[in-house]
Design a binder for this molecule. Structure first.
Ligand SMILES: NC(=O)c1ccc[n+]([C@@H]2O[C@H](COP(=O)([O-])OP(=O)(O)OC[C@H]3O[C@@H](n4cnc5c(N)ncnc54)[C@H](O)[C@@H]3O)[C@@H](O)[C@H]2O)c1
Length: 299
């Protein structure tokens, strides 16, 4: 089989100076892409900024013979997102692939979580992905080509202690990505969502060294690159990836319980008496979209 390449394609990787972002950027560049390595260069909680994180990745890509340029803007404002897109266009003449990867953590129990902890996390993950996708959207639609990746997390899908803000933001990216997948399809703008597991400064304090040693971020990058390649038509899907394991995640619905009440108004006691049926997932049906859900209600 032919090698998958990205010659002539311009890729923007937000948070491209970090663990996962730098692995994505290096892989795309190694396969011929023009890469914009965007990174604000702050700490893991979103404090500070600097140029060295993006610069280091750009230097490594260039040293390996690849094409890359650094951008140090924050993804969190529309004006800076537009500036990042302009950087790509000026340096490489276009933008084809957007990897929304920038992220921060403000982990704490919900009891101790402040409004600022909530807002800061939403601003980078959700508003950042919005600003970048919005800034790239018209260009991708007009050229009838675009690939967008949202970086979600198992914390969003399943919840995680101490990550109420992060979990909520990461789940927001699933809904956002699935909607962009629907709206972009007719212009060949495909969006998928990944839930990675990788060694990085985000995980180095919570996972033991022997586990981290198995979590090379490059393992995630292979799936990201495939989903963004010309050889993939995948759209609107959610994947977990890490340590060489790749899994499709999908919602499933049980058969449920339907009240015989002609007005649809079940009593509380009816819910109690049929709660086992409501919860039963012994015959799960995979849900392919909102129409599957609506049709089940209307049946
Ligand atoms: N490492 C994991 O196991 C894991 C698991 C699930 C999800 N994720 C997600 O993957 C993404 C990458 O995380 P990572 O593990 O590589 O951590 P990381 O901290 O190494 O990378 C995140 C990068 O984003 C940059 N960044 C932060 N705010 C920014 C902003 N406003 N504008 C531009 N850049 C900004 C940071 O400087 C950093 O380089 C994040 O979205 C994270 O939530 C990681």
């Amino acid at each position: 089989m032919s090698q998958i390449r990205f010659d002539g394609k311009t890729v923007i990787v937000t948070g491209g100076g970090g663990g996962l972002g730098s692995a994505h950027a290096k892989l795309f560049a190694a396969r011929g892409a023009n890469v914009v390595v965007n990174d604000l260069g702050g700490d893991v909680t979103g404090g500070g900024q600097g140029t060295s994180m993006a610069d280091k990745v750009v230097e490594a890509i260039r040293a390996a013979g690849g094409k890359a340029i650094a951008s140090y803007e924050s993804v969190t404002e529309m004006s800076s997102a537009q500036a990042i897109i302009e950087t790509a266009k000026k340096a490489f003449g276009g933008v084809h692939i957007l990897i929304n990867n920038a992220g921060i953590l403000r982990d704490t129990s919900f009891k101790n979580m402040t409004e600022d902890d909530w807002d800061a996390v939403f601003k980078v993950h959700v508003k950042g992905a919005f600003c970048m996708s919005k800034a790239a959207w018209d260009t991708m639609r007009e050229q009838n080509y675009g690939r967008i990746i949202m970086t979600s997390s198992a914390a969003g899908i399943y919840g995680n202690f101490g990550q109420a803000n992060y979990s909520a933001a990461k789940m927001a990216l699933v809904g956002f990505g699935q909607t962009l997948a629907l709206e972009g399809l007719k212009n060949n703008v495909l969006t998928n969502i990944i839930c990675p597991v990788a060694a990085s400064r985000m995980t180095e304090t919570i996972l033991p060294p022997e586990v981290l040693a198995k979590l090379n971020p490059g393992s995630v990058s292979a799936l990201v690159a495939y989903l963004c390649s010309d050889q993939s038509t995948e759209n609107g899907s959610v994947f977990e990836a890490g340590a060489g394991r790749y899994v499709h995640i999908k919602w499933a619905s049980g058969a449920g319980y339907r009240s015989p009440a002609t007005d649809g108004l079940a009593t509380i006691e009816e819910i109690r008496d049929h709660f086992a049926a409501i919860k039963d997932l012994s015959r799960p049906k995979l849900m392919n979209g909102i129409s599957d859900s609506l049709n089940a209600f209307m049946a």
